[in-house]
Design a protein around this ligand. Sequence first.
Ligand SMILES: *[C@@H]1O[C@H](CO)[C@@H](O)[C@H](O)[C@H]1NC(C)=O
Length: 203
Amino acid sequence: MWLRGALFLNSVRTLLASSEHLAQLCAAQRCNEPEHPILDYDQDARECVCSSHPCWNDNGLEHTCRGKFGFPFLTFFYNETKHLVCECSSFAHYGSIYVSRDLCPGHRCVDPEHPVLDYDEDTAECVCKSHPCWHDNGRRHTCSEKPGFPLLKMRYHEVDGRLERVCECGISMEKDQSFPLFEYDKPGADPDEADFEDDNEEF
Ligand SMILES: *[C@@H]1O[C@H](CO)[C@@H](O)[C@H](O)[C@H]1NC(C)=O
């Protein structure tokens, strides 16, 4: 339980992003509130911010994926006219509102092998990428054995002025964290399961 508690604190105290574009834009910044777990960028203010999940208040509606057998992950994208669309997905999603709505409206990543919507600055294109933590110096991280922390996240951590990639498991994107995931809310086991403990040791 202690390990889980520590993981929980780590995951809410740090700013996380799976989009490389955003992680670099907002490198080494941190979010302290579990109510605002999403790393985001405010285009007008030109600053990095911590947002709550857009599907927690979709015009007053709080979406949840509890009890959606096989589709436990709360997911969002924005359509071509920048309207929010919330869904329950079979694979984890961790995206920013900035990339999804401001840079890539109408884009949606449906291939579980390429779940991360990212913006390629060089080509000015929106792309669906594989998760950066699936090829972390030859290592494929997974959170399938972390029942309370199903979400694989990447962020940058500053060490002596250099940015180092950190992969870690975080709490789900459910607003109500007061009750645990059901058995059937868990994602399928990952055959490439890797030991994950040492990623959290630096905290
Ligand atoms: C986007 O979603 C809104 C709200 O559901 C809808 O009214 C609009 O037609 C959609 N736009 C496109 C391009 O699908």
